[in-house]
Write a protein that binds this ligand. Structure first.
Ligand SMILES: CC(C)(COP(=O)(O)OP(=O)(O)OC[C@H]1O[C@@H](n2cnc3c(N)ncnc32)[C@H](O)[C@@H]1OP(=O)(O)O)[C@@H](O)C(=O)NCCC(=O)NCCS
Length: 176
């Protein structure tokens, strides 16, 4: 992944005003928008998760030089949906057929404005349509309070090795 491109996150757009966002649209992204989700993923990990993980850990999690083709393949595989505000994608998530939430990321400049809550609402609606009885995710230290707020409970703490580095997260589940 091109470093200078990944570092341009947020440039060219004014930072949002604080407070809950009134109008959020949920939709599936087009193929050409998948690189924008990398910006959100990379930016959230390097600006938000870095509060709870070391520089070495965030770089293992979201390598600045990740091959864009690898990202494109992974995201097409999990079929994400996005939240958009005034034409800008501000967060994305997914729901797999077995109830796994693989990714849930909010743009680092749009934290605390109800975007994740909107993503979870969409997950709940999709789960209900699919008749799922349980949701599950491997949740970061950073996102654990949000998932707890949404009714998830920790099943176990996990120390996973990623690109040679150990990262702690939590397997969390919620009955529906
Ligand atoms: C965790 C994350 C998704 C929350 O997104 P967000 O859009 O800021 O969350 P919301 O504004 O929708 O918050 C909804 C509620 O969750 C709770 N919450 C969210 N983040 C919280 C935090 N860090 N600590 C405590 N509570 C939190 C609050 O109760 C909030 O309700 P409130 O607005 O009434 O206070 C976001 O911080 C993020 O992208 N983190 C980095 C990426 C990450 O770890 N993703 C998960 C990988 S498993």
């Amino acid at each position: 992944m091109n470093t200078s491109w990944a570092c341009c996150i947020g440039i060219g757009r004014p930072a949002p005003m604080p407070g809950e966002v009134a109008h959020m649209t949920v939709r599936d992204p087009a193929r050409h928008e998948i690189p924008a989700l990398w910006e959100i993923f990379w930016g959230a990990i390097h600006n938000v998760n870095v509060r709870d993980y070391s520089t070495e850990q965030v770089e293992a999690w979201a390598p600045t030089d990740l091959d864009p083709a690898v990202w494109q393949r992974k995201l097409e595989e999990i079929r994400p949906f996005v939240v958009e505000v005034a034409g800008q994608i501000v967060g994305y998530s997914d729901l797999q057929s077995n109830g796994l939430i693989d990714h849930l990321f909010v743009h680092h400049q749009w934290q605390g404005r109800g975007v994740a809550r909107r993503l979870m609402q969409e997950i709940e609606q999709r789960a209900s349509r699919s008749g799922l009885k349980e949701l599950e995710s491997h949740v970061s230290i950073t996102a654990r309070p949000f998932f707890e707020e949404c009714g998830f409970r920790v099943v176990r703490e996990q120390n996973n090795e990623l690109r040679g580095v150990i990262l702690r997260n939590y397997l969390m589940r919620r009955q529906l």
